[in-house]
Design a protein. Structure first.
Length: 408
């Protein structure tokens, strides 16, 4: 009988195991989302948080969604629980196409790809378009998760200066000539984090710049149905100059429910096919049952009527925040009055650091998101994003009273 030592193959070392390979280098320069970290910090129910861009859960149409799922299970459960096509549920794509067409952007079902939230749509587009080292232009400040996505792709992110109405067309023109970008990422309507809306003439200028310089426009549009004042501004995608080079991203998160994780992209055929291949590699397809339930909801319910209820509630909450800010923030602070969306963008006077003050604010059981992480390059240390959608007007007023204590 062989001894234990004799039975050990000569090729197998009995010493300590070798270290496992390190994480991919693409992770080295991409940090976690400060917003997600703040949400974890402020998860205590006693904290009034203006940090997260969260829809109000009490406004979800729970009964309507339950009925939609029940109908799907009753009528075709086997189909709803099966694998599906990558492009998405035909009925859902048809419903989305009809909504876009009604709002002024002629669209066919085949123009659309259903995604697992519009965040995945951005990831798929980045996979399809952005080589390592390619230049991506962004508004400054910019949506944080977009910066993460472009960072993972190894893009060189170049900020385009903005003012209170969004991107400055002259600056975009100069940067496009110099940098030869692959794409411009923009949220033209009720932007995250600033709540700004790009005027029609600037949208036309952006479209014409893309046509002249040959870059793609990724037009992210999660908020435009949440308009409280003013007139709707047409999508960049509807501008003739940009029709062949604009991708429109949409989402049901703000008007139906974020937990569904349902979004879509509308893109020219060639790019859409590339995104389909990228999605096949990512997750094969978006949840069959959730797509079927959303399609059923759109068939049986009046989403526009539901959105009207949401708009009325959010307008009241926005107004409560705007009314309370003069007493809450120190003299010399500035803030905007968004016509819609979910955010007010404020800036404290010189000498105040919103990041450093956050700990004090949380001590008073109120929170916000410092603006600095949204900037690409030099930041405004006094900037802060305040979300008004999650809390009632009375809670907003109380939260602002607590915030005022942070500056005492």
């Amino acid at each position: 009988m062989l001894s234990a030592a004799a039975s050990t193959p000569a090729s197998v070392s009995t010493s300590a195991s070798a270290p496992v390979p390190a994480a991919a280098s693409r992770l080295a320069n991409v940090g976690s989302s400060p917003v997600r970290e703040i949400l974890a910090l402020t998860a205590r129910p006693e904290v009034i948080s203006f940090a997260g861009g969260l829809p109000a859960p009490e406004l979800f149409d729970v009964a309507g969604m339950r009925d939609a799922y029940d109908r799907v299970f009753a009528e075709n459960a086997r189909h709803a629980l099966q694998y599906s096509t990558t492009e998405g549920d035909p009925e859902l794509r048809t419903a989305v196409a009809e909504r876009l067409t009604t709002r002024g952007l002629p669209t066919d079902a085949d123009d659309l790809l259903v995604t697992t939230g519009s965040q995945q749509a951005l990831t798929l587009l980045t996979t399809a378009l952005v080589e390592p080292g390619a230049v991506v232009l962004v508004e400054n400040p910019c949506y944080l998760a977009a910066l993460q996505t472009f960072g993972f792709a190894g893009a060189r992110v170049v900020p385009v200066p903005t003012d209170d109405q969004g991107i400055l067309p002259a600056a975009l023109e100069e940067i496009a000539v110099r940098e030869k970008p692959t794409l411009l990422y923009v949220i033209p309507t009720f932007q995250n984090p600033t709540g700004r809306t790009l005027p029609a003439e600037r949208r036309t200028a952006v479209a014409e710049a893309a046509a002249r310089h040959g870059f793609w426009i990724v037009e992210d549009d999660p908020y435009s149905e949440l308009r409280y004042d003013g007139e709707r501004v047409p999508w960049i995608a509807s501008a003739p100059a940009a029709a062949d080079r604009t991708v429109l991203l949409g989402s049901f998160s703000k008007v139906m429910a974020p937990g569904l994780r349902l979004g879509y992209l509308r893109a020219p055929a060639g790019l859409r096919r590339s995104c389909v291949i990228a999605k096949q590699a990512a997750d094969l397809h978006t949840s069959t049952i959730d797509q079927a339930a959303a399609a059923r909801y759109l068939r049986d319910r009046d989403l526009d009527a539901h959105v009207a209820v949401i708009r009325a509630a959010y307008q009241e909450r926005r107004d409560a925040m705007l009314e309370g800010l003069p007493a809450a923030l120190p003299e010399g602070s500035r803030w905007n009055r968004p016509e819609g969306g979910m955010f007010v963008w404020a800036s404290l006077p010189e000498g105040h650091d919103a990041t450093a003050l956050l700990k004090t604010a949380v001590g008073h059981e109120v929170a916000y998101v410092p603006g600095a992480p949204f900037f690409c390059g030099e930041a405004d240390p006094g900037a802060m994003r305040l979300s008004f959608t999650t809390h009632s007007p009375d809670e907003i007023r109380e939260g602002l009273r607590r915030l005022a204590k942070s500056f005492a």
